[in-house]
Design a protein around this ligand. Structure first.
Ligand code: SF4
Length: 192
């Protein structure tokens, strides 16, 4: 059979595959909805934009209305990294380490023009955008951004999460009872 013939062969999907695809779509949609409205934020705040973050989190703008209420100061408990402020070259490896320690799936927002592009700090000491260090999902412009802009950026991220494909996490099979953590010591010569 030629390559062309292979390309033109009709795709055959059984009823079982169709049903599985339908179920996976439903699960993905449900997980996307749940994940988008249960974001645990790690605010990586370094500069003046942090005041604006506090304003968004406080009662007047109340980020809790959008399901991103809890700031977490351990990356292992967070799935949204909010990079708030200027990142200089010395901080870049720390920011990367924090990102790597976060749980999966995870997302990143560049909060303000300094995090997005270095802002007006066009010099050798400042990272010219955090996307040179870690992947970024949403950029929020402004110096500093207004709280409404931040909420708009958050909603943009939530829409992106809901559009994404989500699957259940496959966990490794449990070990046999009695063998977990057991260390077998090497056998020495028999005692006399
Ligand atoms: S964007 Fe403006 S307000 Fe935000 S950290 Fe930079 S200089 Fe400060």
């Amino acid at each position: 059979m030629t390559d062309r013939a292979i390309d033109m062969a009709p795709a055959i999907a059984t009823r079982r595959e169709e049903a599985m695809g339908f179920l996976e779509g439903l699960v993905s949609k449900g997980l996307g909805w749940a994940r988008s409205f249960s974001l645990f934020v790690y605010p990586y705040s370094t500069a003046c934009c942090a005041m604006e973050y506090m304003s968004v989190a406080a009662s007047r703008y109340d980020i809790a209305r959008f399901g991103a209420e809890f700031p977490r100061f351990s990356p292992r408990q967070a799935d949204l990294l909010l990079v708030v402020g200027t990142i200089n070259q010395k901080q870049a490896p720390i920011l990367k380490r924090v990102y790597e320690q976060m749980c999966e799936p995870k997302w990143v927002i560049a909060f303000g023009v300094c995090a997005s592009s270095g802002g007006f700090y066009d010099n050798y000491a400042v990272v010219q955008g955090i996307d040179r260090v870690i992947p970024v999902d949403v950029y929020i412009p402004g110096c500093p951004p207004r709280p409404e802009q931040v909420l708009d950026g958050l909603k943009t991220l939530q829409e992106k999460i809901q559009r994404g494909r989500h699957g259940l996490i496959e966990r490794p099979a449990p070990q046999e009872p009695g063998r977990s953590g057991a260390v077998e010591l090497p056998q020495g010569p028999p005692r006399r």
